[in-house]
Ligand binder design. Structure first.
Ligand code: BDR
Ligand code: CA
Length: 301
């Protein structure tokens, strides 16, 4: 089993990623932490709790950072709706644990005999705070498989992807931490679109499929034919690394100016003398991604 901590801002695609992770027997989700991003942290926490209750999962949820380290906060409610998980009537939700996300991550990581994989699908504020507050935790983190970034143009600005754009200073801390990072960015997540037939099939599978169908059809203005499942690509990578092509680069994060939030890969190896700090995902088997996602949902309740 792959032990993971998911640090998320649900969020429609976060919800799909969490749903698959909670139900896949090869993954052992030890903790879910929340962060402000698609909507406020109060809402992302409620959304994570709704999913945990929906699947009756025994996974603690800890609330994290309400604001980025330095940059003013801007949500993405125009894409993910005011609630962050629109269109489905969840039957309620439980309580977060009585510890903040950073403390919960630290205690969970330190209690494990072997290192754990962190899977951030929101901005990396909690992880940056964890690394700054508890640098002794680094040896307990196996790797960070992070949705975020792009080396082929942004979705917030010309060059910046939303998660890194939301808290570029946190992303810089993560990329400079020395922990191996797998960058699951727009370079693949905008290829691995869930097609209209796949979206249609979801609703007929089971109650989980109905729930995800409701959320996904509320993505953006609701009229999208093919919907990106950005965050799901992290879980897909964990389970099927062979279906994603990666290249090793040094990745820097731009923290000011018009390119703020851009992830710059040293593709020519010229700036960092060929040293690398990340594996950057550059290609994905999109047909298999669609088949796999449907098969994962088909196994749910
Ligand atoms: C990322 O931004 C968020 O809106 C999505 O949930 C995803 O994590 C894509 O840029
Ligand atoms: Ca997200």
């Amino acid at each position: 089993k792959i032990k993971i901590i998911i640090d998320a801002d649900p969020g429609i695609d976060d919800a799909a990623a969490i749903s698959i992770a909670l139900n896949n027997p090869q993954l052992d989700v030890r903790l879910i932490t929340t962060v402000a991003g698609n909507v406020t942290v109060d809402k992302t926490t409620i959304n994570a709790l709704k999913l945990v209750k929906f699947f009756e999962a025994q996974v603690p949820v800890a609330k994290g950072a309400a604001l980025p380290l330095l940059k003013p906060f801007e949500d993405a409610a125009r894409i993910h709706g005011e609630s962050g998980m629109p269109g489905y009537d969840f039957s309620g939700y439980g309580e977060p644990i009585n510890k903040d996300a950073v403390t919960a991550m630290y205690e969970t990581l330190m209690a494990e005999p072997t290192p754990i994989t962190l899977v951030p699908t929101g901005s990396y504020t909690n992880i940056a705070l964890l690394l700054r507050l508890h640098p002794d935790v680094i040896s307990k983190i196996e790797r960070i498989v992070a949705m975020g970034g792009s080396i082929s143009g942004g979705n917030m600005t010309s060059s910046a992807e939303f998660n890194v754009f939301t808290d570029p200073h946190a992303a810089e801390i993560v990329y400079k931490s020395g922990i191996p990072v797998v960058m699951i960015g727009l370079d693949i997540t905008l290829k691995a679109l869930l097609t209209a037939p796949s979206i249609e099939k979801l609703s007929g599978l089971n109650e989980s499929g109905k729930m995800l169908h409701a959320l996904i059809t509320h993505y953006g203005d609701g009229g999208e034919q093919r919907v990106p499942m950005h965050d799901v690509n992290t879980i897909f990578y964990l389970l099927h690394p062979e279906a994603i092509t990666t290249k090793e680069y040094w990745v820097d994060v731009v923290t000011e100016g018009p390119a703020i939030g851009e992830t710059v890969a040293d593709i020519r190896g010229a700036y960092h003398d060929g040293k690398t700090n990340a594996q950057v995902a550059i290609d994905i088997d999109t047909e298999f991604f669609n088949e796999w996602m449907l098969a994962e949902v088909a196994k749910m309740k």
